[in-house]
Design a binder for this molecule. Structure first.
Ligand code: NAP
Length: 304
C-alpha cells in the first residue's frame, strides 16, 4: 500500500493560523513583530530566500525589512551593525542571510545576535536550551521536521529513530529535540559520513530522518515495511528523457528538478508515511521561521 504523504503546506497553514491571534496581541501591546534580514553583498541564492521570507511575512502581516550592507563590510562593522539591531526595541527578530562574503566568520556574527531575537535558533544559548527540552527558539528546519513527524499522529514512545546527517543546523538539534520527553522519548541513532553500514541502521528504524544533500542516498531496500520517512534534503538534479538524455529548457540549458535524499518512488510503496520533496519540510521551515519570529517578539515584549 502506498504511503500517506505528510504535506508541509497543510501543517504549515495550521501553524500560521495559530499565530494570527498572537500577532494581534503583540500589536495591541505595541510590539509588532518586525523581522530584519541582514544581507552582506549580493547573492542570488540569498535573494531567493529573501523573496520567500518577504512573501511569508506579508501574508501574516509581519513587518519584514532587508538591511543590505556592501560587499566590503568588515567583520567588525557587521558585528557593530548587529549590536545596533540588538539594541533597537523596534526590531524583534534578526536573521543573517547566507552566504556572507569570505573573510567574515558567520558563527561569530550569529553568536552576536541577541538570543531573544535569534529567529533561526542558531545561538548557542538557544541550542543549549534544547538540551533541557526547551524548544522556544529552535533551528527552523529541525523543528519543521519534528512537527511534520508529529502530524502523522503516530505514538513515538519506544520507536527506533535513525537520523542521517549530523549538521549543526539540522541533524544535531533534531536529535536533541527527539530526546525531549515532550516527544514521548523515542530512541534516536545518529548516522553520518563515517558510519560504517548506513543500511544496517536505517533497516531497523521505525522512523528515518535524512538531512544530507545526496539524491538517492536512501533506497527502498534500506528501509523496512511501514517506516516513516522525513526527507529534509534538497537537491537540484537534471531532468532526463526515457533514454537518459538531458532535457533542455526554453533557454537551451539542462532542465532541473528538485528532489530529496531518498528514492521517493521506491520508498513510498513500503512506507506508512513519507514527506514529498518539494512540498514537505520546505514549506514547514518557512512556517517555523514565522513561529520563531512571533516567539522572539513575545520575548522582546516581555522585556519591556
Ligand atoms: P550539511 O551541513 O552539509 O550536513 C550534511 C550532513 O550529512 C553532515 O553531517 C555529513 O556528515 C552527512 N553526510 C554526508 N554524506 C553522508 C553520507 N554519505 N552518509 C551519511 N551522512 C552523510 O547539510 P545541512 O545544512 O544539514 O543540509 C542537509 C540537506 O538538507 C541539504 O540537502 C540541504 O539543502 C537540506 N536543507 C533543507 C532545508 C529545508 O528547508 N527543507 C533547510 C536546510 C537544509 P559529515 O559532517 O561527517 O561529513
Amino acid at each position: 500500500m502506498a504511503a500517506t504523504l505528510l504535506q508541509g503546506e497543510k501543517v504549515a497553514s495550521e501553524i500560521k493560523e495559530g499565530l494570527k491571534k498572537d500577532i494581534e496581541d503583540l500589536k495591541a501591546k505595541g510590539v509588532p513583530p518586525h523581522l530584519v534580514a541582514v544581507q552582506v553583498g549580493e547573492n542570488a541564492a540569498a535573494r531567493v530566500y529573501i523573496r520567500q521570507q518577504q512573501k511569508a511575512c506579508e501574508e501574516m502581516d509581519i513587518e519584514y525589512e532587508v538591511k543590505g550592507l556592501p560587499e566590503s563590510t568588515t567583520q567588525g562593522e557587521l558585528l557593530s551593525f548587529v549590536e545596533q539591531l540588538n539594541r533597537d526595541d523596534a526590531v524583534t527578530g534578526i536573521i543573517l542571510m547566507m552566504p556572507i562574503p569570505e573573510g567574515i566568520d558567520a558563527r561569530r556574527v550569529q553568536i552576536k545576535i541577541s538570543p531573544d531575537k535569534d529567529v533561526e535558533g542558531m545561538h548557542p544559548a538557544n541550542m543549549g536550551r534544547l538540551v533541557y527540552g526547551e524548544m522556544g527558539l529552535a533551528p527552523c528546519t529541525a523543528r519543521a521536521a519534528v512537527e511534520l513527524l508529529k502530524s502523522s499522529g503516530v505514538e513515538l514512545k519506544g520507536k527506533e529513530v535513525v537520523i542521517v546527517g549530523h549538521s549543526e543546523i539540522v541533524g544535531k538539534p533534531l536529535t536533541l529535540m527527539l530526546l525531549s520527553s515532550q516527544m514521548e522519548s523515542p530512541t534516536p541513532t545518529v548516522c553520518h559520513i563515517a558510519t560504517n553500514d548506513l543500511a544496517f541502521h536505517t533497516r531497523r528504524a521505525d522512523i528515518v530522518f535524512v538531512a544530507v544533500g545526496r539524491p538517492g542516498l536512501i533506497q527502498a531496500d534500506m528501509v523496512k515495511d511501514g517506516v516513516i520517512v522525513i526527507d529534509i534534503g534538497i537537491n537540484r538534479v537534471p531532468v532526463t528523457d526515457e533514454n537518459g538524455n538531458p532535457v533542455l529548457n526554453e533557454k537551451g540549458k539542462p532542465k532541473k528538478r528538485v528532489v530529496g535524499d531518498v528514492d521517493f518512488e521506491g520508498i513510498k510503496e513500503k512506507a506508512s508515511f513519507i514527506t514529498p520533496v518539494p512540498g514537505g519540510v520546505g514549506p514547514m521551515t518557512t512556517a517555523m521561521l514565522l513561529y520563531n519570529t512571533v516567539e522572539a517578539a513575545k520575548r522582546v515584549a516581555a522585556r519591556k
